[in-house]
Write a protein that binds this ligand. Structure first.
Ligand code: 5AD
Ligand code: SF4
Length: 481
């Protein structure tokens, strides 16, 4: 038995495998951007745990601060430097008190800007890209050997060995979990930095994904969201023992295999590209009841001219046909999308075509962004950049349209019975919060023993972005497992 059981919660020493103990340290990670970064931050926490690092809520008294950054839009990367400016005095205070603070910049800004970060913020100790965080322990050791005046440690390689092979198995932390199955992107949309910061598409072998999923489910996870920058481009090696399916598995096949694991109640995947929506995956929406009827399938624009300039590789009709097929397979499916307004050359007529597509498809949710020119991407060099005030106007118009769509969908749920996966305590005493199949937060007065269960509830009302519901009279008998 591990001697971990002999530790009290306040014990500041952590046992090592060899019986020695090292001092517990506080780790603060700030995560910017997408769910991939949320997953990566959790994995960095896992990687650093054997060194004694335990998560803390604020940077003030942290021994190590990691900013896990996003480079997708200009604002996201600028935010990193302003946050670094706020953290610097904390480090100075700690140093004056004879303590230390290791500051690391991870993620896509680190990948894109590398040594420039250390030049601009010399108090940063470590800069590491998204593909090298399995090397964090070694980077921390190198940083701790640094002498005064020496420069921060930089690791923004794309190593040949996939980081997943070196990471400890993630721990379940509640009834829902992300599971990264694919990374990188070969699509090269003309506005996007991801192919440069995350590199070429890579899919984890299916056996690794299934093993990680089983571990999470054993730890109490009931809903898994498969993650990838282009998750439906997934093409992982088929498991060795699967003689019927040599070669590679697509996402549809992977979803079917996951659905065979007992106790996994729900499967989701994000983010997808329309071009990779193959028949097997679409049919999984018909055949796999665990696959939730909510799909985030970014279309970016409703104008064929703009879609071509974006190098999306599909037009509006192609997108429409995919949705039609998906709805034949799963009539209950609801859709969300990302949109960019003010892409270079976007005229009023193009923008109107996007609004028309929103009506036509009936998206219930959207993430809308003003186009942000990213250095090194083809769109940044395009003529006909759209003025900022026009972007602002279009953003406001689209957001207000989408707010009415989201609210209308929420209102249409009132009176319906739907299954909710309870994920934790709600804001009020006696209340739990859960997730509907359509990813809406649902508040219900229910016993804490229901956390982690999928329970049918009746939706009674909505407020701005969540639903309220009552347990169905028979819900304790009809828990769905
Ligand atoms: N400007 C604005 N939005 C962008 N996105 C990606 N790159 C840019 C950019 N340069 C948006 C896209 C993508 C989402 C993750 O971020 O809509 O789907
Ligand atoms: Fe970026 Fe396009 Fe790849 Fe999505 S598909 S990550 S938007 S290049």
């Amino acid at each position: 038995m591990s001697d971990q059981t002999t530790l009290s919660p306040n014990d500041s020493r952590e046992p090592q495998g060899d019986g020695t103990r090292i001092a517990a340290k506080k780790l603060f990670i700030k995560t910017y951007g997408c769910q991939m970064n949320v997953y990566d931050s959790a994995r960095m926490t896992d990687v650093l745990a054997p060194l004694g690092y335990r998560p803390t809520e604020t940077p003030d008294d942290a021994d190590m601060v990691i900013l896990n950054t996003c480079h997708i839009r200009e604002k996201a990367s600028e935010k990193v430097f302003s946050d670094l400016g706020r953290i610097r005095p904390l480090k100075t205070e700690r140093l004056a008190a004879g303590k230390t603070m290791v500051i690391a910049v991870a993620g896509c800004v680190a990948q894109a800007e590398g040594a420039a970060i250390i030049a601009r913020a010399p108090f940063v100790d470590i800069v590491l890209g998204p593909q090298t965080y399995h090397r964090l322990p070694e980077l921390v050791a190198r940083a701790s050997r640094a002498t005064p005046g020496s420069r921060g440690v930089l690791d923004t390689e794309f190593p040949a060995e996939p980081k997943f092979d070196y990471l400890p198995a993630p721990r379940a932390q509640g009834p829902t979990a992300f599971l990264s199955v694919q990374e990188g992107c070969d699509k090269f949309c003309t506005f996007c930095v991801v192919p440069y910061t995350r590199g070429a598409e890579y899919s984890r072998p299916a056996a690794d994904v299934l093993r990680e999923a089983r571990g999470l489910i054993d730890g109490g996870v009931r809903e898994i969201t498969l993650l990838g920058q282009n998750v439906n481009a997934y093409h992982g090696d088929a498991p060795m023992d699967s003689c019927a399916s040599k070669g590679t598995w697509g996402l549809g096949r992977l979803v079917r295999a996951l659905a065979e694991i007992p106790d996994l109640a729900r499967i989701r995947y994000t983010t997808s590209h329309p071009r990779d929506m193959d028949e097997e995956l679409m049919a999984a929406h018909r055949d796999v009841p665990q696959l939730m009827p909510y799909l985030h399938l970014p279309v970016q624009s409703g104008s064929d001219r703009i879609l071509a300039a974006m190098n999306r590789g599909h037009d509006r009709d192609h997108y429409r046909r995919i949705i039609d097929t998906l709805r034949t397979y799963q009539p209950d499916l609801v859709l969300s999308s990302d949109f960019i307004v003010g892409f270079p050359g976007e005229r009023d007529a193009d923008f109107k075509a996007t609004l028309a597509l929103i009506e036509d498809i009936g998206f219930i949710q959207a993430y809308t962004f003003k186009y942000s020119a990213r250095p090194g991407t083809p769109a940044a060099a395009m003529a006909d950049q759209v003025p900022e005030h026009t972007k602002e106007e279009r953003l406001a118009a689209m957001m207000s349209l989408m707010m009415t769509k989201t609210r209308a969908f929420n209102a249409s749920c009132v009176g319906r019975t739907m299954d909710v996966l309870f994920t934790g305590p709600g804001r009020h005493a006696g209340q739990l919060v859960g997730r509907s199949p359509y990813l809406q937060p649902v508040n219900v007065f229910a016993d804490a023993g229901q956390i982690g269960k999928v329970v049918p509830v009746v939706i009674t009302r909505t407020d701005s972005n969540s639903l309220h519901a009552d347990l169905r009279a028979d819900s304790s008998r009809t828990e769905i497992s």
